[in-house]
Ligand binder design. Structure first.
Ligand code: BDR
Ligand code: CA
Length: 309
């Protein structure tokens, strides 16, 4: 039986590739895509989700969610993803529409409909997930698992301490990390092991398909910021790591740690504070991704993206 997932995202180059991987994988049944503001504003992230769905020829339902964080002011990552949030390839005007209703309502409805079966896969700010937990606390014990991209056990990328998705809405992250739901975290310490260096990008292009070429062009744009700011030859495909974990957990090495969110403003605002050496005596609450077999990850991506024409 495929794992039922809801992909909550803010596309986003790597979100788009995570969606491609999820929708091409028989191990997963994507009940729906819920969209949150993040890399760019909600108007663009929802538009981008529709574009990606159209390119993939999918009919998966897409719901718009929160357009801002719970408490703090919105930040955005236009500098990384470009003005549209999906800069690089030509983006067609999508013919499909968003579903009626709010993403948060959809999450609540699906978790209640399939108790204990739904895995949430957030690859953006955690606002939609936190709102769902607050609006209908009954869902919390009924969520099978949350496998998210966000945080880091060490360095940040949006501040020295914080990773972008968590920094977007630290208060929402605090709600989610404190909920009694099995949580797996693909943070920067893991995702940075997956740079899309030119030889890997060439594998998508060599598929000789429309979607393979689209992926290559996404990755070529995504590389620019990472080259300028970090001096890397390729951008990590952060968000696809979370989806890959659900398909092939054997590619990952993980460990259980106590992780708490710093939601007070200051130098560590938005940090996922990970007790790596178990010095606090606090109960481990998060399965933290430590290592990923990057070649195996790219083999999986190329194989699955190769199923689209
Ligand atoms: C995360 O931030 C976003 O820009 C990416 O889509 C990814 O989810 C990496 O920090
Ligand atoms: Ca994202």
């Amino acid at each position: 039986m495929p794992t039922k997932i809801i992909h909550d995202c803010d596309p986003g180059h790597d979100d788009a590739i995570a969606t491609m991987l999820a929708l091409a994988s028989p191990e997963l049944q994507t009940l729906g895509i819920t969209v949150v503001y993040g890399n760019v504003g909600l108007e663009r992230t929802t538009q981008n989700a529709l574009v990606v769905r159209e390119i993939l020829g999918s009919k998966v339902p897409i719901y718009a969610g929160a357009d801002r964080p719970l408490v703090r002011d919105r930040i955005s990552a236009e500098a990384v993803h470009g003005k549209s949030g999906l800069e690089g390839p030509h983006l067609p005007t999508p013919t499909g529409k968003l579903e009626d209703g709010h993403a948060v309502g959809f999450i609540i409805e699906q978790v209640l409909k399939y108790p204990g079966e739904v895995t949430l896969v957030p690859t953006g700010a955690l606002t939609n997930i936190a709102l769902a937990m607050r609006m209908e606390p009954k869902i919390v014990p009924l969520i099978r698992q949350i496998v998210l991209m966000g945080g880091s056990i060490d360095i940040g990328n949006w501040s020295p301490s914080a990773e972008f998705n968590i920094l977007c809405d630290p208060h929402a992250a605090k709600i989610v990390f404190e909920a009694a739901v099995p949580l797996m975290m693909c943070g920067l310490n893991l995702t940075h092991q997956t740079p899309a260096i030119p030889s890997r990008v060439a594998r998508f292009r060599a598929l000789g398909t429309r979607v393979g070429e689209f992926t290559a062009q996404l990755l070529e744009f995504f590389r620019q910021h990472h080259r300028e700011v970090f001096g890397w030859e390729g951008a990590p495909i952060h968000d696809a790591c979370a989806v890959a974990f659900l398909i092939k957990p054997e590619l990952f090495k993980t460990g259980m740690y106590n992780v708490e969110i710093e939601a007070n403003e200051g130098l560590a605002y938005g940090r996922t504070v990970c007790d790596y050496w178990h010095v606090t005596g606090k109960k481990p609450n998060v399965e933290v991704g430590l290592e990923i077999d990057a070649d195996g990850f790219y083999d999986l991506l190329v194989e699955r993206i190769g199923t689209y024409r």
